[in-house]
Unconditional design. Structure first.
Length: 135
């Protein structure tokens, strides 16, 4: 049967391809420069098939180091298939704009300009973001 032969050829090609490139990463490490001195940095994301925290259960990010401007840098393991990301303060009174995926290893952001909000949990101060690459 020719359909079985075509299937077997495709399956063999797929197997060879996976051996060459490997499986896609399940998570990517992303970074945030805490230029507004939040007490802690949390990451909220959406659109992942594996896990999506609620706003309240957003994980606290890990402190990495302090840069030359005395700003703390934090990192988070983000599901590689996440569709969007918001960095937020621990209190919820400040956050970044929505950051759209796709995301890759060592992507990084910093708060750039306040675009709205009033620094309360009901109306968080919202920051636009600039980007950089962690190395």
């Amino acid at each position: 049967d020719t359909s079985d032969t075509a299937y077997n050829k495709l399956n063999n090609l797929y197997t060879e391809f996976k051996e060459l490139v490997g499986d896609p990463p399940k998570t990517v490490k992303v970074y945030f420069t805490n230029g507004d001195n939040w007490s802690a940095v949390k990451a909220y994301w959406w659109g992942s098939a594996s896990e999506n925290p609620t706003w309240e259960t957003s994980p606290t990010c890990t402190y990495v180091k302090t840069n030359g401007y005395r700003q703390k840098i934090y990192c988070c393991d983000l599901p590689a298939d996440a569709q969007g990301l918001i960095w937020r303060s621990n209190s919820g009174s400040a956050k970044t704009q929505d950051i759209k995926g796709p995301f890759s290893e060592n992507m990084a952001w910093y708060p750039d300009k306040v675009t709205g909000g009033s620094d309360t949990t009901a109306d968080p101060k919202t920051w636009s973001v600039g980007t950089w690459t962690y190395s």
